[in-house]
Design a protein around this ligand. Structure first.
Ligand code: ADP
Ligand code: MG
Length: 204
């Protein structure tokens, strides 16, 4: 499938549906090491994104850019600017042809934006711990095409999410807990896995 406006709209819609369905889970995870708002934050933001009319954009990049701006403006909390920056950067690198390497570069531009914005590193117990190994897996499988690359990315993302459990948080609200943040799954890594899993279902 081409990485066209319809595909990108399906990606955002699938992510929004997952976030909505799992809003209580995301909020419960954030209750344990944060302030119990990650599910409501993301649900509010993605509801605003799916309310956008994809027909009013002339390219997938323009739609993704608006989706990112919408998250920045509707989501209070750290995750709005972080996911917003991710989507804005992905939009900026969106490939005009549907090639796997181009999509990989766009997603990596998104990760770079997240790293710059949040100043977190791998191992800090954030969404980065899911996204970074996901994109490494994507790159390792990009030669096989978008479908296999995104499937590998989604698996690595879920493994990275699970691997946040024993970590001690170094960034975000969870870091205020220090050692007590260990033993809990990071909410942002959990929503990030939903985003990459949604990409695997819709963009391949
Ligand atoms: P807030 O922490 O402001 O309440 P949310 O609860 O919506 O915002 O989001 C929390 C999630 O944001 C965390 O689980 C973590 O994955 C992510 N996060 C927090 N700070 C950073 C950061 N500096 N870089 C990357 N991700 C971060
Ligand atoms: Mg929170």
């Amino acid at each position: 499938m081409a990485l066209d406006l319809t595909a990108v709209n399906q990606w955002m819609s699938a992510f929004a549906a997952d976030v909505h369905e799992n809003a209580d889970l995301l909020t419960d995870l954030d209750r344990q090491i944060g302030d119990a708002d990650h599910g409501s934050n993301m649900d509010r933001g993605m509801a605003a994104v799916v309310a956008l009319d994809p027909g009013s954009f002339d390219s997938p990049a323009a739609y993704l850019k608006k989706a990112g701006m919408t998250l920045v403006s509707t989501v209070g909390g750290a995750s709005g600017p972080l996911y917003g920056t991710f989507l804005l950067r992905v939009a900026g690198g969106w490939p005009s042809d549907g090639d796997a390497a181009g999509l990989g570069s766009a997603l990596r531009a998104g990760l770079d934006g997240l790293l710059q914005r949040g100043r977190a590193a791998v191992g800090d117990k954030t969404m980065i711990d899911a996204l970074s190994p996901a994109l490494d897996a994507y790159d390792a499988h990009a030669g096989e095409g978008i479908g296999p690359a995104l499937t590998a990315a989604a698996e690595a993302c879920a493994a990275g999410r699970d691997a946040t459990i024993p970590l001690v948080a170094k960034k975000g609200r969870a870091s205020y807990l220090g050692e007590r943040s260990a033993g809990h799954q990071d909410p942002g890594a959990t929503s990030m896995t939903m985003l990459i899993e949604a990409a695997a279902r819709t963009l391949s």
